[in-house]
Design a protein around this ligand. Structure first.
Ligand code: NIG
Ligand code: FE
Length: 420
């Protein structure tokens, strides 16, 4: 077999190689292949390693010299609120003055402020803003993301957000997995009738499924938002319909969301700054991934999730950006990885497993993406760095040089390549 594209003269390929979920001490295990090449055909990796690549050469083969830089699998950001209108810099000052995040929401701001703006926004303006943010993520080496609704809070406006996900997935090179999050907050018009809003969510799921607009359902399980019993009600219904389920759990208060997530078979439980020791033990016995979001702790000036305790207790961890206008307004996924290293005390190898194969696993994509492996999609990042540790040490800057998605260059020499 000949290749359409061969990347050669790679200083080192760093890739996960274990079957996910990669948990506990295994998270420190990755493969390093020095002086390597990767051969690609029809968007798929056909071989890689330190051997001879000439055998894959034909007269049509394109060669790309990596000039002794390092290569990683495409990064996966498995928790974002990409599609929304407006920004919330006015709240930044309030947060800095010590006003609690949940108080801003209780007073009709926070998520509900973005809901108002998103309801008033056209689908085209939402698409344009999200497309631009997705470009920014891709420039940082991200090749697949999860994107939630949750700023519409009615069938019409949730559908609008989910349609933007669908349009992005079709038109942008980054793969976009769509999650319905009608249970992100209780909309103002239902403040006094939450039970009816929950019944509407369950009804709306039928329409969303008919339109194939989402493959997962998420709930914000938190004091003053959705309780444990309300979360159980929504997620049990979603699961019975065949959706993948997940939760924003134990973010601010320790409600036991993680325990519920494990019991219901959530693919991930996300945030976990306030997780109990008992729930860490439950996670370690499950296939549910602990999806940690250190950028949110950084921006809100809150405690960080205890990743060390989780990994040392044999939990499988992924790391995500949580890009959103209220608790983590950044698309810089490398900064998130650097925070995971510096604040969560994770090793470079643990972070790599967390942002590739474990993320792919809880999105249900681990047989297609998440590692450099024969038969997987050729989603590859060339980083201008001498080794993996360097990316975490030299923080706050973008190390990405080239990005390849499905065997095609989408970023070359730090510039986006658009298909004509
Ligand atoms: O993951 N915690 C709830 N949802 C988002 C924040 C959304 C917002 O503030 O707009 C989060 O942090
Ligand atoms: Fe979130």
């Amino acid at each position: 077999m000949t290749a359409d594209l061969i990347i050669h003269n790679i200083k080192t390929i760093y890739t996960p190689y274990l079957s996910p979920p990669v948990r506990g001490s295994m998270m420190n295990s990755i493969h390093e292949i020095h002086n390597a090449f990767i051969a690609i055909k029809d968007g798929v990796i056909i071989d890689f390693g330190a051997g001879d690549y000439q055998k894959y050469e034909s007269e049509d083969t394109i060669f790309h010299d990596a000039h002794q830089q390092i290569v990683l699998p495409g990064l996966i950001d498995s928790h974002t609120h990409l599609v929304h209108a407006g920004s919330r810099e006015d709240e930044y000052k309030m947060l800095q003055n010590g006003v609690p995040y949940l108080d801003i929401l209780k007073n009709g701001g926070g998520i509900l402020g973005t809901v108002e703006k998103t309801r008033n926004a056209s689908i085209d303006s939402l698409y344009e803003k999200a497309y631009h943010s997705l470009d920014e993520m891709m420039l940082h080496g991200v090749t697949a993301i999860e994107s939630k609704s949750g700023y519409g809070l009615s069938l019409e406006h949730e559908t609008k957000q989910l349609l933007v996900n669908q349009m992005l997935n079709t038109n942008h090179p980054v793969q976009v997995l769509s999650t319905y999050m009608g249970a992100h907050a209780v909309p103002k018009e239902y403040t006094h009738d939450k039970a009816r809003y929950i019944e509407n969510i369950k009804k709306d799921l039928t329409r969303i499924q008919e339109l194939s607009l989402a493959d997962a359902v998420d709930v914000f399980c938190e004091t003053g938002v959705f309780s444990i019993e309300e979360t159980r009600n929504i997620l049990t219904h979603a699961k019975n319909m065949g959706f993948r389920i997940k939760m924003h759990a134990d973010e601010i208060h320790s409600l036991g969301g993680t325990g519920l997530g494990v019991e219901l078979g959530c693919s991930s439980v996300d945030h976990l700054m306030a997780i109990s020791n008992e729930d860490i033990k439950k996670l370690a016995q499950s296939h549910t991934i602990a999806n940690l979001l250190p950028g949110t702790s950084f921006y809100l000036n809150k405690d960080y999730a205890n990743a060390r305790h989780m990994i040392d207790s044999n939990v499988a961890v992924s790391i995500s950006g949580d890009y959103n206008p209220g608790s983590c307004p950044t698309e810089n996924f490398q900064l998130i990885m650097q925070l995971a290293s510096n604040k969560l005390k994770m090793t470079p190898e643990e972070v790599l497993n967390a942002v590739t194969i474990n993320a792919a696993y809880h999105l249900g994509l681990d047989n297609q993406i998440g590692s450099i492996e024969v038969g997987k999609k050729a989603n590859i990042v060339v980083m201008r760095a001498p080794n993996l540790s360097y990316i975490f040490y030299h923080f706050g800057v973008n190390h990405t040089k080239d990005v390849i998605i499905n065997g095609k260059f989408v970023v070359k020499n730090r510039q986006i390549v658009r298909e004509i």
